[in-house]
Design a protein around this ligand. Structure first.
Ligand code: ADP
Ligand code: MG
Length: 360
């Protein structure tokens, strides 16, 4: 599994209505026929909400909704992107240094994240030239990871156009890192399951190093995923990153309280591993170390012995640097309860305790 590359197969386009429609739209857009198609699925997480970026394992499975891209490599250094959905305007560039504007998470920037991740991995600076038509049917900003499906699909498109090969695990790690170019500080679950998912099984995903273990779904079981229709664009607001920063600062404060080397620590799981204790025991360390009221940046600086400038530039993400109040103990309670449940379930499907108040 760890060394396996993404599967390729020959298909008769005429037998697949979605591919056929894409091929026809591609032809009318670019005046040519796609050379190949790439797909990457969205996902739903069964256990372990908002704990991947704390280093804890999660249990997602792919959903059938996906991002599909029709591709034609070109000999120039020109990239042209189009989308079957008129909400997403055409984009083209021939710039050698791909720039991703974090302040405006426009759709093509997600594609550029995947492209840039692969180019950087191989040390390439010239733009990979291609024409692409994107067709996605994952409800966007609804918590089924349409963004990562697009980033992963773009990464795989770029890899294929370059004629290179990487394992699914390598691709997942590259795309987890490169989606952060859009500004969200995600943990890596979404890209991992998009590449590592297999039919009929959920996956227990563990990090450092990234690995996936099958958790067979009961045969005949049906999972109903309800869409609340409340959208949350993770890169357009700071909600998502505030949560990640609360967890990052909690990890640093707990590490400092326990006299560990706190400045290198980023994730709560690292602190737990260094202390050699369970998530339940981490809860009581949290109660001892942190007060229940929210923390303001000045207090965090006092606790860590750093300046506000150091907090802003060395720890916080760009969109959380200004005037945030951190609900650190509450987030720790939710994280450790969720991690505890994940440990209890040992990868078996059990009751989900979601700790998200908004779809993420
Ligand atoms: P999600 O929970 O679905 O990952 P995000 O807020 O992280 O939500 O990402 C949603 C963004 O991903 C959209 O605003 C859009 O820019 C991009 N996106 C999702 N689906 C598509 C698509 N089919 N085509 C182009 N961009 C898409
Ligand atoms: Mg997303």
């Amino acid at each position: 599994m760890a060394t396996e590359s993404p599967a390729t197969r020959r298909v008769q386009v005429a037998e697949h209505p979605r591919l056929l429609k894409l091929k026809e739209m591609f032809n009318s857009k670019f005046g040519s026929i796609p050379k190949f198609y790439v797909r990457a699925p969205g996902r739903v997480n069964i256990i372990g909400e908002h704990i991947d970026y704390c280093g804890y394992s999660v249990l997602p499975m792919a959903v059938e909704q996906d991002v599909l891209i029709a591709v034609e490599p070109v000999k120039t250094y020109a990239l042209q992107l189009a989308n079957t959905n008129p909400l997403y305007p055409d984009f083209s560039t021939s710039a050698n240094n791909v720039q991703i504007d974090k302040t405006k998470p426009l759709w093509h920037n997600y594609f550029l994240c995947g492209l840039k991740g692969i180019q950087e991995h191989f040390g390439l600076s010239n733009l990979t030239g291609m024409n692409c038509l994107v067709d996605g049917n994952i409800p966007p900003s609804s918590g089924l990871s349409s963004s990562s499906a697009l980033v992963c699909c773009a990464g795989l498109v770029t890899l294929t156009v370059l004629g290179r090969s990487l394992s699914k695990v390598e691709l997942a790690e590259i795309c987890a890192k490169s989606e952060r170019y859009i500004g969200t500080e995600g943990g890596g679950m979404d890209q991992s399951i998009s590449f590592l998912a297999e039919e009929g099984t959920a996956k227990l995903i563990e990090f450092s190093p990234l690995r996936a273990t099958d958790v067979k779904l009961p045969s005949g079981a049906v999972f109903v995923i309800a869409n609340s229709c409340v959208e949350m664009n993770k890169a357009a607001t700071s909600h998502f990153n505030i949560r990640v920063m609360e967890c990052r600062l909690a990890a640093k404060l707990l590490a400092k309280y326990k006299s560990l080397q706190w400045d290198k620590v980023l994730r709560l799981e690292e602190v737990q591993a260094k202390l050699g204790i369970s998530p339940e025991e981490m809860l009581s360390v949290t109660e001892d170390a942190l007060h229940p009221e929210p923390y303001n940046p000045e207090e965090i600086c006092r606790c860590l012995g750093i300046s506000l400038e150091e907090l802003r530039t060395q720890i916080l993400s760009p969109n959380t640097q200004d005037g945030i109040i951190l609900h650190i103990p509450q987030c720790c309670d939710e994280i450790f309860m969720s991690a505890h449940l994940q440990t209890l379930s040992a990868g078996k499907a059990c009751v989900q305790r979601g700790c998200a108040s908004a779809p993420v």
